[in-house]
Design a protein around this ligand. Structure first.
Ligand code: AMP
Length: 214
């Protein structure tokens, strides 16, 4: 199984991906997570990406495309993968198409997770993530057992700089201009599975798996 999770920031792609990888025994490839790891480790890639990320802007396509090319060539991708947060521009989608063609692979689906804009702002500005393992929580909708502490690994939770409200608005603007056109792009390829991304996390998961397995 190889598919894309498409949706605005805050649509719940990362949360769903974490459950979907267990279900299908495949890997999650989140360009945002890879970039954040590089920022944390202070690699040249991270240093370059940081200023874009903190402003809510996209990291340049050439950087992202070579990052994905390297990631997809790793053996753990052989059983399948979920692309979370990639592609984000038409040129990234074109590059992905060429890369998969070269590898003799095809996408099974583009799962589009749809959430109204006012919900996205509420979700993103209340999001807290674990500074160590990356697990995601929310101050209202998905509280950890102990405030400010990750249930999974016990590390501290942080409010990502790019989840602050002004940056959130910027990220949504960028999403509408650059990423939303991919819905048309993949509709033309007949692989879009539209999912209502509102409501309970487990109900959304059931909608996605039912759609993928239909
Ligand atoms: P995310 O966690 O997917 O919301 O990504 C966080 C930030 O990383 C984004 O706001 C961008 O600055 C950057 N980023 C992640 N994925 C991409 C991508 N495919 N293309 C360009 N920038 C990206």
């Amino acid at each position: 199984m190889r598919f894309i999770l498409l949706g605005a920031p805050g649509a719940g792609k990362g949360t769903q991906a974490k459950q979907l990888i267990d279900r299908y025994k495949i890997v999650q490839i989140s360009t945002g997570d890879i970039l954040r790891e590089n920022v944390k480790a202070g690699t040249p890639l991270g240093v370059n990406a940081r200023s874009f990320m903190e402003k809510g802007l996209l990291v340049p396509d050439d950087v992202i495309i070579s990052m994905i090319e390297e990631r997809l060539s790793k053996p753990d991708c052989s059983n399948g993968f979920i692309l979370d947060g990639f592609p984000r521009t038409v040129s990234q989608a074109d590059a992905l198409g060429s890369l998969l063609k070269k590898m003799g692979l095809k996408l099974n689906a583009c799962v589009y997770v749809e959430v109204p804009e006012e919900d996205l702002i509420k979700r993103l500005s209340g999001r807290r993530v674990c500074n160590s393992c990356g697990e995601s929580y929310h101050v209202f909708f998905n509280k950890p057992k102990n405030e400010g502490v990750c249930d999974k690994c016990g590390a501290g939770l942080i409010h990502r700089k790019d989840d602050h409200e002004d940056t959130v608005r910027n990220r949504l603007k960028v999403y509408h201009n650059e990423t939303h056109p991919l819905l048309d792009y993949y509709t033309k390829q007949n692989i879009v599975l539209k999912i209502d991304g509102t409501g309970d996390i487990n109900d959304i998961f059931k909608r996605i798996t039912a759609g993928l397995e239909a």
